[in-house]
Design a protein around this ligand. Structure first.
Ligand SMILES: Nc1ncnc2c1ncn2[C@@H]1O[C@H](COP(=O)(O)OP(=O)(O)OP(=O)(O)O)[C@@H](O)[C@H]1O
Ligand SMILES: [Mg+2]
Length: 288
């Protein structure tokens, strides 16, 4: 109890953040959870407005922690996180949280209808706004196949829906809220190919003109990022675009040639990996 770090709270002189659309900067950030085992050490990162950052790397590396700090669910023990050049602990928590859209690996829905769950993104939205957001997010079509459509009850915690469907609803919720900063932890669980394509489309709609951080598992997402960060042991082991990192033949290259090849083979079957993907892997391996 004595060692429990203080809850994140508003400083007495905190001001409201007008926007999160400026530069985001982690400067020499150190962070540990309750047990004081270092998770991030001297972590430094500068993100330009509108950039899409993909975080990849082994389990336990610190990807979720980076995103947790960015959302200010936790604060660094030392070092600074700056938004628009200002230490973000100088802003009120509400003014940060209400400008961030988050879609988690296992999104949180509450029991109630589909419509209510989407409207949670903006409580005064009309039915037409809710449906418009669902269309942009790629959720509308599946919702229409439900017996009661937008009035369908999703069950306790959304348990009557699949993980992919829950992600589509939380994407719609985020579209409705028009966040300035978008954060997504991609589902690792198998989502069917059609739902996956819809999620991709929804994400694209959301990321346009916004800064985004995606903890990415799908190759299609990773490839689209402006910058890929390979996170290992709380540090940036490597960064660059997909092509740059493949050329480096380092961490990303191994991750790509081993894990992603395996994923593609599982997804399509060993014989049926599309030729574009197959050639890319072969080129990467051949040049080794
Ligand atoms: N709430 C917590 N309390 C204590 N330790 C934690 C907590 N959350 C994460 N950790 C530890 O911090 C380290 C980084 O974890 P983190 O969840 O950021 O990794 P990750 O890269 O997101 O992994 P994954 O790919 O499995 O999601 C790990 O050693 C983990 O055990
Ligand atoms: Mg994680």
């Amino acid at each position: 109890m004595v060692d429990t770090p203080p809850e994140v709270h508003n400083r007495s002189d905190a001001i409201s953040a007008q926007t999160l659309l400026g530069e985001i900067e982690f400067e020499h950030v150190d962070f540990y959870y309750e047990d004081r085992k270092p998770v991030l050490t001297d972590f430094t990162l500068k993100v330009k407005p509108g950039e899409m950052i993909a975080l990849v790397g082994p389990t336990g590396g610190g990807k979720s922690t980076i995103v947790n700090l960015l959302c200010r669910f936790y604060e660094p023990q030392s070092g600074v996180i700056r938004i628009n050049g200002r230490d973000y602990t100088g802003y009120t928590l509400e003014s940060i949280h209400n400008k961030i859209g988050i879609v988690l690996q296992t999104p949180h829905l509450f029991s109630g209808t589909v419509r209510e769950n989407i409207r949670y993104g903006k409580l005064d939205a009309s039915d037409a706004d809710v449906e418009e957001a669902a269309k942009i997010a790629g959720a509308h079509d599946f919702i229409c196949t439900l017996e009661r459509g937008y009035d369908q009850n999703v069950g306790e915690g959304g348990n009557l829906l699949s993980v992919g469907q829950k992600q589509l609803i939380s994407l719609a919720r985020a579209v409705l809220a028009k966040p300035e900063l978008f954060i997504m932890d991609e589902a690792t669980s198998s989502v069917d190919t059609l739902t996956e394509a819809l999620i991709q489309k929804g994400m694209e709609a959301l990321m346009k003109g916004r800064t985004s951080f995606v903890i990415a598992h799908r190759l299609s997402t990773i490839r689209r990022a402006n910058r890929i960060l390979v996170i290992e042991n709380g540090r940036i082991a490597e960064q660059g675009t997909h092509a740059e990192l493949l050329r480096k033949r380092g961490h990303y290259y191994s991750l790509y040639t081993q894990q992603f090849r395996h994923e593609l083979e599982v997804q399509y079957g060993v014989e049926d990996v599309p030729s574009k993907e197959r050639e890319e892997i072969q080129e990467a391996v051949a040049a080794d």
